[in-house]
Design a protein around this ligand. Structure first.
Ligand SMILES: *Cc1c(COP(=O)(O)O)cnc(C)c1O
Ligand code: SF4
Length: 346
């Protein structure tokens, strides 16, 4: 491992570059019309709402994800996560644009520090898929890119604070960034002695499995830092054979794989689906980590699951799954030192 003083992040050429994922990303469906046509949904019923929601938060779905959605079924649980509805424009008391109050804990541009031992690095603002329930829908991150100066400052903040032992690549989706940039980050972080782990929060191995390229494996597993990838899957049908293979490659490279889900009405608000999700994740080499309680994000009212219902679902999971396949039901509460578990037996 080359140890050098970390001052600047510069992209360097890398072998085995594999760009097929970038093509899939650029060919994503990004209009209501194309989405409905691709999935055989009747425009007279769905176009008006899709247009309305799309104007609030644009559609973005890559083909590998579309290929897992049943055609002509408006209730498909994967479709529900990406199809805009007219109700997104309605307002409800308590449904706000920034429930996590993300703004306000940034020691450097692109660095979010809420917890003592770990810091989130917003590598890129872009996502590969736009999920209708996401709080990100209210921030026009799309064009937000860290300048070389921002990157140097973030790196300095991370070097200066010896309490930080884990850096989390976040976004947007950090794996939208290319491997040259990411490998430069990984190398610079590995040169900071107090950092032990590199974690990546991403939906890309699921949404575009081709993203798990040779060059990704190389920087992620070739570092002094222990690698953890936390994927985001809400329904077992998101895990097809290609995704399983991509996850298998990460696993074979020594990466620890975890999953986080959000509890969502009409997607995974049943014991049967959550049980099958855990079982399917384990088949793919992934352990369930967090099940996020619903956050009242403006525009996502149609996904609301009450905390009582969520607790009941997890109590049922405990009876049918081994403990290691039961995700922790948590919520992010501003000001707390970590995620807050919901008390299942309160
Ligand atoms: C969720 C979160 C983390 C990671 O928390 P873990 O409990 O370690 O998974 C880190 N920083 C921020 C700002 C977060 O919201
Ligand atoms: S941040 Fe995650 S949940 Fe939100 S839109 Fe991007 S991929 Fe979807």
């Amino acid at each position: 491992m080359i140890q050098r003083t970390a001052t600047r992040i510069e992209a360097r050429p890398i072998d085995h570059a594999d760009h097929s994922w970038q093509r899939l990303l650029s060919e994503s469906v990004t209009t209501p019309d194309a989405l409905l046509r691709r999935l055989d949904l009747d425009p007279t019923t769905w176009l008006h709402g899709a247009d309305k929601g799309h104007r609030l938060f644009p559609i973005r779905v890559p083909e590998p994800y579309l290929s897992r959605i049943a055609r002509g079924d408006p209730d498909d649980p994967l479709l529900r996560q990406v199809l805009p509805l007219s109700s997104e424009a309605e307002t409800y008391p308590g449904f706000v644009s920034d429930p996590l109050q993300e703004s306000g804990s940034m020691p450097a541009t692109g660095l979010i520090r809420k917890y003592d031992s770990r810091a989130l690095l917003m590598v890129t603002g872009q996502c590969a898929i736009n999920c209708r329930y996401c709080f990100r829908r209210h921030f026009p991150y799309e064009d937000h890119r860290l300048s070389p100066e921002d990157r140097a400052q973030a790196l300095k903040a991370l070097s200066d604070d010896t309490r930080i032992n884990e850096v989390i690549f976040s976004g947007g989706d950090p794996l939208v960034a290319n491997d040259r940039l990411l490998s430069a980050w990984a190398e610079a972080l590995a040169a900071i002695p107090h950092i032990r782990r590199l974690r990546v929060h991403t939906r890309l191995p699921v949404v575009i499995p081709q993203r798990v390229s040779d060059s990704l494996i190389k920087w992620l597993s070739g570092s002094r830092l222990q690698a953890v990838v936390v994927i985001h899957v809400n329904h077992p049908a998101e895990l097809d054979a290609d995704t399983q293979r991509a996850l298998g490659r990460l696993k074979a490279a020594g990466v620890t794989l975890l999953n986080q889900s959000v509890i969502l009405k009409g997607v995974n608000d049943s014991t049967r689906v959550l049980t099958e999700l855990s079982e399917r994740l384990f088949e793919c080499g992934v352990l369930p980590y967090y099940l996020h309680a619903f956050d009242p994000v403006a525009g996502a009212h149609h996904f609301e699951v009450s905390d009582d219902k969520a607790r009941e679902l997890v109590r049922q999971l405990i009876t049918v799954l081994p403990g290691f396949l039961v995700p922790r039901l948590v919520r992010e509460i501003p000001g707390r030192p970590g995620k807050t578990p919901l008390d299942l037996f309160a």
